[in-house]
Design a protein around this ligand. Sequence first.
Ligand code: C5P
Length: 233
Amino acid sequence: MTAITTPPDVRSRLALALDVDDLVEATRMARELHPYFGVAKVGLELFSAAGTDAVVTMTELGYKVFLDLKLHDIPTTVRKTARVLGAVGASYLTLHAFGGVSMLRGGVEGLRDGAAAAGLDSPCALAVTILTSDAGAPPHVLGNRVRSAVEAGCGGVVCAAGDVKEAKQLAPRLVAVVPGIRPAGADADDQARTSTPQAALDAGADLLVIGRAVTAAEDRAAAAAKLVESISI
Ligand code: C5P
């Protein structure tokens, strides 16, 4: 059994990507890895399988929930959907910055209104800038999407580690969430722009999304412990 104590300021900056299609398996993983992660990320796969029960279950386990649904639709639909998700207790919700300022603003306001109606703290709307699997986006795209996020009132952006510096220069107050995290020497899988945990934090990342580096390991707790030990902040 791996026994390490994760410093609270490290744990609060690590989000576990629960990319499975079954809430029983997600719960098992979330319980096992709770000592290392403060945030549970529910993405399209788990949400499609279990819906809002996934949010409720992870909240009950003591996690902050990051709903990674990358909403992208007309502003009214995004507003109404975000309102539902805010009321369910998501602490973070992703919206596609590609959807433009009106759509992002709809998501920001809907999320805030939904949480307020349920008596919950105000959640953080995150604009997804460029997917970390996309290595081909032209250079001006990041800046345009970060500016859209600021104009719409988003609390943060999701970007690759290599984009954090530019994003923070444009918008120092935005939370920078970074997926595509891999320990040194690990397989990139389908990600094109990866980073080690420490390099992402050194670049200014506020929250790291950790998926297969831990969830696909033979011994998940050992992989999580090793990852935590590789971080100094
Ligand atoms: O397994 P891996 O660490 O690659 O998982 C990354 C997670 O982060 C996945 O859940 C993926 O959907 C998500 N994500 C991403 N790139 C983004 C936004 C979210 O990889 N730009």
